[in-house]
Design a protein around this ligand. Sequence first.
Ligand code: GUN
Length: 317
Amino acid sequence: MCGRLAGTGKIKHVAHILDGNKVRDQILEECQPRIQRILAAAGRAPGLAVVLVGADPASQVYVRNKTRTAEGLGIYGETITPDASITTEELLRLVRALNMRPEIDGILVQLPLPAHIDSRQVLNAIAPEKDVDGFHPVNVGLLSIGAPGLRPCTPSGVIEILKRHQIPIAGRNAVVVGRSNIVGKPMAMLLLEENATVTVCHSRTADLAAVCRTADILVAAIGKPAAIRAEHIRPGAVVIDVGINAVTDRAKAELLGPAKLAAFDKRGTVLVGDVHPMDMAELASAYTPVPGGVGPLTIALLMRNTIEATERRLGLC
Ligand code: GUN
C-alpha cells in the first residue's frame, strides 16, 4: 500500500498491519455457537485442563490468560500447579489421570518444563484426542499426511491471519525461519497443506538472508530479538513475526527505533519480535506487529482446538 507523504509529493510506502486482535475476536465469536451446541447435546461445557509445573512468571501469565479466556467463553477450565520438584513419573501419573476423566476434553502441559523432567515422555502421555496443543506424535503424524487432527495453535493462528486478510498462500514461496517442534516444523507443514512452496531455514542455513529474500511470505520463529533485518526481507513480502522477546536493556531498545524506545522509557521494558520493527514496516507489503500480531491467536486457536476435541469425543462432528 502507498500513501502521499504530506507536503512532499513523494509516495511513501505504507505497509498493511495484520491485526491479530481482530482475528482473535472473530475466532472466539465463532466458538460461541459451538459451545452452545455442546451444552445442548451433552449437558456440559467443554473441559480444558492446564498443567503448569513450577512458578515461572512468564508461564504463569500465559496460563492465566488461557484459563481466563476459556472461562470467559463458558469452557470449564482447571489449572493444576504441581511444584517444580515433581518427578517425570509423578507428572506422567497426573497426565494419565486427566486422560481418564470424561469431563476433561483438552489437556495442555505448559512448556518449558523444568530441566529434570523428560518433556517428550510427558507430551507423549497425553491422549492424542485430548492433545489440544497438537504436540503428540499421532497428531504430528496426522498433520504430516494431511489428515484431520488437532493442529498446533500458533502456526494455525498464522494460517488464520493470512486467510482472513485474503493473502494468497497457494503457489507462493514461503520461507520459515526456525525449525522448532512447536512452531517452525508444523508451520512448514501447514503452509505446505495450503499449497505454498516451503523452505525451512535454521541456524546452519548458508546465506540465510539470500534464502529469506526468496520469500513472498516470510515467517520468523527463532526467538531472537530483531534478528531478521532489511537484508532478509524482499520488498513487498508479507512478513509474519512469531517472536515475542522482552528487551530490558535501553541501549538495545534504542536500536529498535523511536516507537520502541518511547515504550521502553515508559515501562523499563519493551516487547519486540524476531524481525526488526522498522525494517519490517518499511519493506513488507503487510506484516504482523509485536505485540498484537500472532500472539493473540495462540489462545484463540487453543479454545477452538478444545471445542474441536470435545465435538470429536462427543461424536458431534
Ligand atoms: N509454551 C510456549 N508456547 C506454548 C504452547 O503453545 N503450548 C504449550 N503447552 N506451552 C507453550
